[in-house]
Design a binder for this molecule. Sequence first.
Ligand code: GDP
Ligand code: MG
Length: 163
Amino acid sequence: ARPIVAIVGRPNVGKSTIFNRIVGDRLAIVEDMPGVTRDRLYGVGEWLDHNFSVIDTGGIEIEGDSELLKSVRAQAELAIEESDVIIFMVDGKAGITAADSEVAELLFRAKKPIVLAVNKIDNIKRQDDIYEFYSLGFGTPYGISGSHGTGLGDLLDAVVGSF
Ligand code: GDP
Ligand code: MG
């Protein structure tokens, strides 16, 4: 089976944007599990000679779980269970938020490789915005831009390097 890569992070950091960039139109058809809607959340990614499944965890709607932090937590837990590698995505324009720290705490307990992606690094002047994210404790932050597609190569090198 293909390795599974989950994109995890609080709402609005750009998970779906990056998912679409990685997957393009290679969406996978999956049956819903009880209590979880997951149409259009799985796709197939390709990088170098690797094929992998990608999950956009932000689109997972967990029934009866409407509170923001509760649902972010549930999505992260699902991703931790199901994936082989996790892309932890944060927003370089917003900086570290309480919800990011919440996700970080859960991911610390995951015995899975985690690659930290700092999205919305839209130009070279914003590159310095990645440094504060070292403090999350997941090593090198990879600056990317979902708007422009920049930085994705280095991020995916790190992802497939941890299979
Ligand atoms: P999600 O909630 O994590 O899935 O985030 P989305 O992919 O829906 O993106 C949230 C918002 O951020 C949208 O308005 C996107 O257009 C915007 N966005 C995504 N990537 C970038 C980026 O690289 N730079 C900027 N400036 N905005 C972005
Ligand atoms: Mg989304």
